[in-house]
Design a protein around this ligand. Sequence first.
Ligand code: PEP
Ligand code: MN
Length: 338
Amino acid sequence: MIIVMKSHASESDIAHVVERVKALGLNPHPVYGVERTIIGVIGDERLIQKEQLSLLPHVEDVIPILKPYKLASREFRQENTIVHVAGVPVGGKGVIVIAGPCSVETEEQVLGTAEAVKAAGASLLRGGAYKPRTSPYAFQGLGEDGLKLLAKAREKTGLGIVTEVMEAAEVDLVADHADLLQVGARNMQNTKLLRALSKIKKPILLKRNFSATLNEFLMSAEYILSGGNDQVILCERGIRTFVEYTRNTLDLNIVPAVKQLSHLPIIVDPSHGTGRHDLIVPMSRAAIAAGADGLIVEVHPNPSEAYSDGEQSLTFSAFRELMSEVKCIATAMGRNIS
Ligand code: PEP
Ligand code: MN
């Protein structure tokens, strides 16, 4: 439920209510607004009666949140959340473009790609050091050496780093190197990993599982938010359907649906969403037109030789083309590229 404080409530009035909520065995999440403060109350609501909160001094109202996800809901927070990643705001007026290879392969590959995408106007650099591959015989990533190469690329270009973390035990190591920690589609419901990520002070990119409903997607975000990390960016990356001409079906419906139900930013991954390099530019345009806050796309200096996902990777020149087309759509939508 949400406790709405009276507009004149002072800091100590708010602190008093926060303490009462804790004493009742629930978790308070205050949001300090310009007009008034609201306090999200999370936990087993059967423990209390509404009156135990509504009769506290300086409380204006107590409103139940009907959705199963609470902190992720628009009911909890009306304004859009803006997540800052290495100084880049995500979820505001600007549209962001995260670009880079599927996997970090060599120093030359990652530094070369970082320079090229930076020159074309990318906001952040992506690259997988820990790779969740379908086959145990496929390239599994360079691990910590890959993280070090990404850090080197950040030093050279100034681009913030986005990379996947696959296990709770590796969260601290990945967080030491990355600016935005990616939860891959296969791990969207790895609740141990989500809980570990809820305890760190770095933003999280949560990718939708290919069979997850919108409700399940937002419940996974709720795991991270409820543990104390409010910096979550959602990512649509395609779902499984009967179609065989693309790797996945990019569910752009979810972009405006998320915007209605949640205050969290959402970006789109047209690389995994289509699996085809020739469909990435048109689907990127569509994603921004649908209201996405940005894109994450795979770019490789030589896609035919990529260790993973070459068929859905853009060349440097195709990425420059994507940037110019996306700029046109962003402008038409009253946005720009951050
Ligand atoms: C990736 O971004 O390279 C990746 C593995 O994505 P997903 O988890 O969406 O398959
Ligand atoms: Mn990939």
